[in-house]
Write a protein that binds this ligand. Sequence first.
Ligand SMILES: Cc1cc2nc3c(=O)[nH]c(=O)nc-3n(C[C@H](O)[C@H](O)[C@H](O)COP(=O)(O)O)c2cc1C
Length: 145
Amino acid sequence: MAAALALGAQGVWCGSVWLTTDEAETHPAVKDKFLTATSADTIRSRSLTGKPARMLKSAWTEEWAREDTPEPLPMPLQPILTAAAQRRITRSAHQAGSGAEKLANYFVGQIVGNMNQRKSANAVVFEMIEEFIEAVNALQGQLDY
Ligand SMILES: Cc1cc2nc3c(=O)[nH]c(=O)nc-3n(C[C@H](O)[C@H](O)[C@H](O)COP(=O)(O)O)c2cc1C
């Protein structure tokens, strides 16, 4: 945030970091996976929307990435093709041991590797403000000699 504002941005757009907050409506099975994932556990895949998007690796993305699997269709055909399967995966992934939780995934950036704790959206905002103040103070300190 400090780096972006230093470069002239007027704000910072963030998305992934909210997906593991208490308030997020993220599927519980996916939320659990996000909390243990590293930044290497994401992949750019066309398997959900037909356009490249970064998401958590899962059995779904692995199957679509296989050499003997057809290429995903272009948007909007891929979501039309997979909507019914995705609805069944989402429903079944609520039952532990169904196997569907292995297929479940969602869009998320590489910041997922830092999303390791359940917390409120409120706590995320306050941590961002605190880190921003720390970063700006540290930079200011470099001028104080
Ligand atoms: C669940 C989710 C859905 C998103 N959907 C879109 C989208 O439809 N179109 C788009 O341009 N960006 C989309 N984004 C990207 C965000 O707008 C934002 O640019 C990005 O998430 C910021 O990076 P961060 O996730 O590391 O904070 C999405 C991000 C997430 C996490």
